[in-house]
Design a protein around this ligand. Structure first.
Ligand code: PEP
Length: 303
């Protein structure tokens, strides 16, 4: 299956909330209509691939080179915007200082840019923090929330993550909410409990309507940056469990429409098996997104 990129991810439910901020046109009204008509079926969920650059690369020049190389590789496979059906939405998450220039470099190719985080307050004496309005003003559409590195190293707890998710949504952007169990929790066989708890706490107060803009990333912490990939069948089972939980928290419609990414050491070698699974709608990719060739192959997965 040839896949390409498209900015306007109107296959997700709630297409009306999509406001592409790159230079590419938004979906046409007929596309939007098709979107809502297919939103309830698994086939209707537009694939979504995201590259989390974390604290890389070292300089603006390096970031621009990576973005440009990646964009060129994808460009060869890109389909026309007006023909986005079957395309994959692609998002890059560069470090804050590089966002604007990376966006300029990849805009033409229809690649979306997001921020790796925000603080939930609007402004004020919060040295070192970045507000939602700031990243929105430089063109970010997506924000990572609840990434395990921030949970483990930066003190992000579920209360703060919930505030951030709600701030992102109130600001007209879309959170990618990362959840997943640690190795210890996996060994204790409490993976489902952990993920269910994170979903309940992190989405507390998020309405059914707002869920149209929420993407979930299931990322087993033991698989992040370790080279250990969760088996495709196992990941698929967890994604199904997450949908069941969403059905309980909201309803079947939300459960079926919500896009769920897998994250954890995804490579060109593992992506096809993962993406052939019915419950897996995309991948959140760290290490491999720092290599243009690898990430382009991941985005152009075959299934
Ligand atoms: C991540 O940063 O979310 C991630 C999954 O990283 P990696 O692909 O390197 O495991």
């Amino acid at each position: 299956m040839k896949l390409s990129i498209a900015l306007a991810a109107t296959f997700a439910a709630g297409a009306s909330a999509f406001a592409p901020s790159t230079g590419r046109p938004a979906a046409t009204s007929s596309n939007a209509a098709a979107s809502s008509a297919t939103a309830l079926s698994a086939e209707g969920r537009q694939p979504i691939m995201a590259g989390n650059w974390k604290m890389n690369p070292a300089t603006e020049d390096d970031a621009l080179k990576l973005a440009t190389d990646f964009s060129k590789l994808l460009g060869e496979e890109a389909c026309a915007v007006s023909d986005f059906e079957g395309c994959t939405e692609v998002i890059l998450f560069p470090p804050f200082p590089f966002i604007s220039k990376v966006k300029d470099a990849v805009d033409e190719a229809g690649i979306t840019v997001g921020a790796q985080g925000i603080f939930f307050e609007d402004k004020g004496a919060y040295t070192g923090s970045v507000a939602a309005s700031m990243v929105k003003s430089v063109g970010c559409e997506y924000i990572l929330c609840g990434h395990s590195e921030r949970r483990a190293l930066m003190g992000d707890d579920d209360v703060n993550i919930n505030k951030k998710v709600k701030k992102v949504l109130e600001s007209g952007m879309k959170p990618i909410l990362c959840i997943g169990e640690t190795k210890e929790e996996f060994d204790l066989d409490i993976t489902k409990d952990i993920c269910a708890m994170q979903l309940s706490k992190d989405l507390f107060g998020v309405t059914k309507e707002q869920m149209a803009d929420v993407v979930i990333a299931y990322e087993p912490v033991w698989a992040i940056g370790t080279g250990l990939v969760c088996g495709a069948n196992e990941a698929n089972k967890m994604h199904r469990f997450i949908r069941e939980k969403l059905a309980g928290m909201y309803d079947e419609e939300v459960a079926k429409a919500t896009r769920i990414q897998y994250g954890g050491s995804v490579t060109p070698e593992s992506v096809d098996a993962l993406m052939s699974m019915p419950e897996i709608d995309g991948c959140l990719v760290g290490g491999a997104s720092l290599e243009a060739v690898k990430f382009a192959r991941i985005c152009n997965f075959e299934s």
